[in-house]
Design a protein around this ligand. Structure first.
Ligand code: ADP
Ligand code: MG
Length: 234
């Protein structure tokens, strides 16, 4: 047990050592991976990755299971730092960028969506103040309008037990509405459409692909022929 605690102490120490100095006020240009390598233990999962993501462009990432797609997104979320190489955002080393200021620019949609035992409104707004208009716009874009309309209490309906009373597809759409509402610059999706039926998935994907200023990075094993060509790069 002693060894274990030493290891935990050590990892916490290493985390706190590095002082982030750069405040990211806005996102204007793009993100660049420069010779990025990353390993969890031994053996690189990402080996010398060079990729450039331009502001406002839409990217689809496909590949075999275990290929490193989620790891790539984790690096983009600054959940991990590269072992080698660097990630630049608007030319600044992401390592130096303050997490708080970076996290305002990005939003995440994952397959597992956590819901609170609270109203639909609070589950979408995450307790921040948004006007009804803004919330309804996000709901419409996320394909949740009919669902909300079908609820007797609309936005003020309660969600119970991490969404036991709603379907998997509705959960995903709530996550997408959350993400749209945050009006972040960069949207990262990790198999976000996996629990949607293909018609809904296609519609939502299409909506996201039409959002002009949003930079979209979509990791998905569900690829729709109709939408594939709308991505700037696959
Ligand atoms: P994908 O999303 O493309 O399916 P991942 O990025 O999740 O792939 O995983 C890439 C590889 O990294 C896999 O071999 C996986 O087992 C390994 N891996 C993922 N997460 C961890 C972790 N936290 N610790 C150790 N190995 C991991
Ligand atoms: Mg994955």
């Amino acid at each position: 047990t002693k060894k274990l605690f030493e290891k935990i102490d050590e990892s916490l120490e290493n985390k706190d050592n590095y002082v982030e100095t750069v405040e990211l006020e806005s996102f204007n240009d793009g993100i660049q991976f420069k010779d990025v390598s990353f390993a969890y233990d031994d053996g690189y999962i990402l080996d010398n990755v060079n990729i450039s993501l331009k502001k406002g462009k839409k990217y689809l990432i496909v590949g075999p299971s275990g290929g490193g797609k989620s790891t790539f997104l984790k690096l983009l979320r600054k959940y991990f730092l590269p072992n080698k190489g660097m990630i630049l955002i608007d030319g600044k080393d992401l390592k130096d960028v303050r997490k708080e200021s970076y996290f305002k620019r990005i939003s995440n949609v994952e397959q597992d969506v956590f819901l609170f035992e609270d109203t639909l409104r609070n589950n979408i707004s995450l307790y921040k103040d948004y006007s009804d208009e803004e919330i309804l716009e996000a709901i419409e874009k996320a394909g949740l309008k009919d669902f909300v309309r079908s609820l007797p209490q609309g936005l003020d309906s309660m969600i119970y037990d991490n969404g036991k009373n709603i379907s998997g597809g509705e959960k995903s759409r709530i996550a997408i509405a959350r993400s749209l509402l945050q009006k972040s610059d960069i949207m990262l999706l990790d198999e976000a459409f996996a629990s949607l039926d293909s018609k809904t998935a296609k519609e939502i994907e299409n909506t996201l692909l039409n959002l002009k200023d949003i930079t979209l990075v979509n990791v998905s094993h569900v690829v729709f022929k109709e939408n594939r060509s709308k991505y700037d790069q696959v």
